[in-house]
Design a protein around this ligand. Sequence first.
Ligand code: G6Q
Length: 543
Amino acid sequence: MSALTASPAWQALQAHADALRGTHLRALFAADPQRGERLALQAEGITLDYSKHRITDETLRLLQALATQAGLRARIDAMFAGERINVTEHRAVLHVALRAPRGADIRVDGVNVVPEVHQVLDRMAAFAEQVRSGAWRGHTGQRIRNIVNIGIGGSDLGPVMAYEALRHYSARELRLRFVSNVDGTDFAEAVQDLDAAETLFIVSSKTFTTLETMTNAHSARDWALAGLGGDPAAVAKHFVAVSTNAPAVSAFGIHTDNMFGFWDWVGGRYSMDSAIGLSTMLAIGPAQFSEMLAGFHAMDAHFRTAPFERNLPVLMGLLSLWYADFFDAQTLAVLPYDQYLKRFPAYLQQLTMESNGKHVTLDGQPVGVPTCPVVWGEPGTNGQHSFYQLIHQGTHLIPCDLIAFAQPLNPLGRHHDMLLANVLAQAEALAFGKTADEVRAEGTAEALVPHRVFEGNRPSSLLLLDKLTPAALGKLVALYEHSVFTQAAVWHINAFDQWGVELGKALAQRIIPELESPAALALAHDSSTNALIRRVRQMRGRP
Ligand code: G6Q
């Protein structure tokens, strides 16, 4: 038994969960005609319907007691106070400062970081205006029509997701592309129809040492110079950098005037609203980028001040933990009913799983309970014609986050009512299902009845917003960021490091020369890895 599972709040929840496990959502709704009205929370323009969760008022009370026992309030205060809560890397965690309004005061080691944040935002805005207006010209005098962001992980997923999400608001005359994979195909396909004279590369890398990004950046420089007559001076007009590493940026040949900085207190997966969002700002313009930041900030303020029972991220975080730890749910499906949010599940995969995919506590002890569920998803209604079968009738319990917007951005006949009808219908079907008697009453042959029964009792959250705007996106992302934080506080884990990505990187560095060497080298891996290296070398015509 771990310290967490032995704690009074956990024990109380465990007993409560065991008692509630056999209760169907049908019974919970039948017992309380007001449930659907009551178990809904509205804040910052987001309505969260959490009535279709396998919970009672007592569950909520106990989950909040767990958060209190875990010291969540003090953890929140510590983050906002700039304490070094990323203990394994000895860093403050202040993505909330990235969207603090001008004039706010958020300190790291006694220094208010908000003025620096706005200084960078102002430089980004000036640059974005130049590019968007056509004042910024390429080496040959042509205006920039193509923007290619080169980055990976946190320096890619946020920018791609935000560009796709806010495409409706983007300057359509600019073409944005994103290159992340070290697979040469990614770069080759991204530039195959582009003219170097009209192309601007943003090399986005906090460290400016990441293998994939630096390899792609060098290939981009070669490609650009080849298309621009080979004059190295061309780099200045076609490359900008987003990084914390000025010396490496200069060494690459990008003038630090064309570098936009951020700070070690911004984690990669929490950086889409830092200078890493330069591509987003170029696409939607500085004013709408500010609206997005204001959305983030509104959710930050809500998270910081709302009591736990009326706190959206706290509630979402605790509900996710409820199923992961008390119902053996191993995954969480995020199902946006908005085509613009098609990359949102992929973005959340990094945000949630890189943050909370941890097995030890802040003090290095085993957590003792399952931590972050596997997050996955696709936009509705496409998923309905694919994997929803398993959610409805399979043997896994899969809580779902359904996300919908009342207003369409592209009104087209009856499309939007159909889309909304589908998301509402799915939540209803998941919760209430269809009993054998109901199936029989439809005249179904007896042999088919079990196949057509929907057990129901599948929990879901429905997040309903008015319209997908830049501010709404900021609120949604901050909502999930703080939900992750809430869960990490309860598990007492560090959501802000990612040591688990290191081992594979180090091994790859060792294998690269073993693949490339013209002569066969002695291999000292396990027999499988050795054999695979030999096979690959053979297939590539090497001894
Ligand atoms: C995110 C991680 C990771 C990081 C990438 C890119 O939280 O730290 O995904 O963003 O490895 O790193 P660079 O920005 O340093 O290239």
